[in-house]
Ligand binder design. Structure first.
Ligand code: SF4
Length: 421
C-alpha cells in the first residue's frame, strides 16, 4: 500500500512540474513516505529525516508523508521543527499545492479523511507487466494491536466502475497482472452496496488481463463464494494470504480478531479442498502482551501443522492509540526474539521442503523481468506465487506465459528451464 502511495505521489508531482533527482543534496523538497505499522518502521522514517537534517540550512523543504503523519499530525512539527510538511495518505492529491506553499515558507499539516482518496490513472507503468490498485482505503476493524484505522482512517470502497476503467487503461499500457489492494479486501463494497466477489467476477471479464491477485483477507470475513472463486475464476491466482496472527484463542480474543483458531483452520481446509495446489501464506505476531509459553507453543504447533508456504513473523511493539498499547508489554525483548527465531526457523524448513517438492514438475510462469543478478536469465511467477528463475531462450519475452521444468529449489525461489508442453 505504501509503495503504491509513493508511486502515486511521484506521478502526481511529475505531472505538476516537479522533477525527480537521485541525490537528496540536489533536491529542493525531501519527502519520506512513512509506515507506522511497526515502531521500527516509524523510527526509521524519523531517523532518515534526521540524518538529512544537515541539509536544512540550504533551504530545503522536509516532508513526512504516510500513516505516521495522520497519527501524530502537528505534534510532528512541534517535536521536529525542521519538518515543514506533514501529509497523510488520504491527502496525496493535494501535494502540488501543499509543496508550492511550503516552498513559499509556510508550515503545513494536511491530515485526516478525504471525500476522494483514490487517485486514478497515475501509475507510471514503465515496462512492468504487473500493477497494484487500491480498491479500498482504511479499515474499521480495530484489531487491538493495529494502528491502521488511525493512520489510514475508516473503510472506504472505490466504485467498481472506477476500478474497472483504471484496469482497462492499465491493460492498454501492457499490464497483464492486477494486484487488488485493501487492508481487508473481503469488506470491499460493504459501504457502497456491493461485494468483493462481484468485483472479482467483473474484473475477470476484462480482456487482456491474465492474472488477478489480491491482498489482504481477514479470516473473520471469508465467504464460501470467495473460496469457490479460486476454482471458478481461472484468472484468479491460486495464492491466499490469510493472516493468522496467533494460534491461541485467548490471544486472538485480546487481539480483537473476532475468529477462533478452529474457524481459521476450517477456512484453510475448505480452500485446500477446493483448490489443492493453492499457496497459503500468513502473518504471525509473537510476544503480544501476556502471551505465555503455552500460547506461543499453540502458535508453533499450528505453523507446524498447517505448513504455510511462506510466513511473515513480527515481534509485537505497542502502537499509539491502539487498545493493546494500554496492556503491559510484558514479554521481554529477548523472549520476543527467541519466539521469533523459533517460528522463523521452523517456517524456513517448511518452505524449503514445500519448494523441493516442485523439482521435476512443469509449472506455468508469467515472465516478469530480467534477472539483475544472473545475466541471460528471466524471473517470473507461477499462478500460486512461486518465484521462478530460468534461462532466456528463443523468442520468449517479458509478459509471455511459458512452461518451465523445475530442476532446483531454494527457500526463496525455484529454478528450471523452459520446456514445450
Ligand atoms: S483488519 Fe485489523 S490488522 Fe488489518 S488493517 Fe484492519 S485493524 Fe489492522
Amino acid at each position: 500500500m505504501n509503495f503504491l502511495d509513493s508511486e502515486k505521489l511521484e506521478t502526481i508531482l511529475l505531472k505538476n512540474g516537479f522533477e525527480k533527482v537521485d541525490n537528496p543534496e540536489d533536491a529542493d523538497v525531501l519527502i519520506v513516505n512513512s509506515c507506522s505499522v511497526r515502531k521500527h518502521a516509524e523510527d526509521r522514517a524519523f531517523g532518515y529525516l534526521n540524518s538529512l537534517k544537515f541539509l536544512k540550512n540550504r533551504g530545503k523543504i522536509f516532508c513526512l508523508y504516510g500513516c505516521t503523519a495522520n497519527i501524530y499530525g502537528s505534534q510532528i512539527i512541534e517535536k521536529y521543527p525542521f519538518i515543514d510538511v506533514v501529509c497523510g495518505p488520504n491527502k496525496i492529491r493535494e501535494s502540488p499545492k501543499i509543496l508550492k506553499e511550503a516552498l513559499n515558507g509556510e508550515k503545513i499539516v494536511c491530515v485526516g479523511e478525504s471525500d476522494n482518496p483514490f487517485i486514478e490513472d497515475l501509475i507510471n507503468v514503465g515496462g512492468k507487466i504487473s500493477a497494484s490498485i487500491s480498491i479500498t482505503k482504511g479499515c474499521n476493524n480495530f484489531c487491538s494491536y493495529c494502528v491502521v484505522p488511525f493512520g489510514r482512517g475508516r473503510l472506504m470502497s472505490r466504485s467498481p466502475q472506477s476500478i474497472i476503467d483504471e484496469i482497462k487503461r492499465l491493460v492498454d499500457k501492457g499490464i497483464k497482472e492486477i494486484i487488488l489492494l485493501g487492508q481487508n479486501v473481503n469488506e470491499y463494497g460493504k459501504d457502497i452496496g456491493t461485494d468483493f466477489v462481484s468485483l472479482l467476477e467483473k474484473i475477470h471479464q476484462i480482456d487482456g488481463i491474465l492474472r488477478i491477485r489480491f491482498l489482504t483477507s481477514h479470516p473473520k470475513d471469508v465467504p464460501e463464494k470467495l473460496i469457490l472463486s479460486f476454482r471458478d475464476l481461472p484468472k484468479l491466482c491460486k495464492h491466499f494470504h490469510l493472516p493468522l496472527q496467533s494460534g491461541s484463542d485467548r490471544i486472538l480474543k485480546l487481539m480483537n480478531r473476532k475468529y477462533t483458531v478452529s474457524h481459521y483452520l476450517g477456512i484453510v481446509e475448505k480452500v485446500r479442498e477446493v483448490c489443492p495446489d493453492i499457496t497459503i501464506t500468513s502473518d504471525i505476531i509473537v510476544g503480544f502482551p501476556t502471551e505465555s509459553e503455552k500460547d506461543f507453543l499453540q502458535t508453533y504447533k499450528i505453523v507446524e501443522n498447517v505448513k504455510f508456504d511462506e510466513l511473515f513473523v513480527f515481534k509485537y511493539s505497542p502502537r499509539p492509540k491502539t487498545s493493546a498499547s494500554k496492556l503491559p508489554d510484558d514479554v521481554g525483548k529477548e523472549e520476543k526474539e527467541r519466539r521469533h527465531r523459533l517460528i522463523y526457523n521452523l517456517q524456513q524448513k517448511i518452505t524449503e521442503q514445500i519448494n523441493k517438492n516442485y523439482i521435476g514438475k512443469i509449472v506455468e510462469v508469467l515472465v516478469e523481468k530480467e534477472s539483475y543478478k544472473k545475466k541471460g536469465y528471466f524471473i517470473g511467477k507461477t499462478h500460486n506465487k512461486k518465484t521462478v528463475l530460468f534461462r532466456k531462450e528463443g523468442n520468449v519475452k517479458i509478459g509471455d506465459i511459458v512452461n518451465v521444468e523445475i530442476l532446483n529449489s531454494s527457500i526463496h525461489f525455484l529454478s528450471g528451464r523452459i520446456c514445450v508442453k
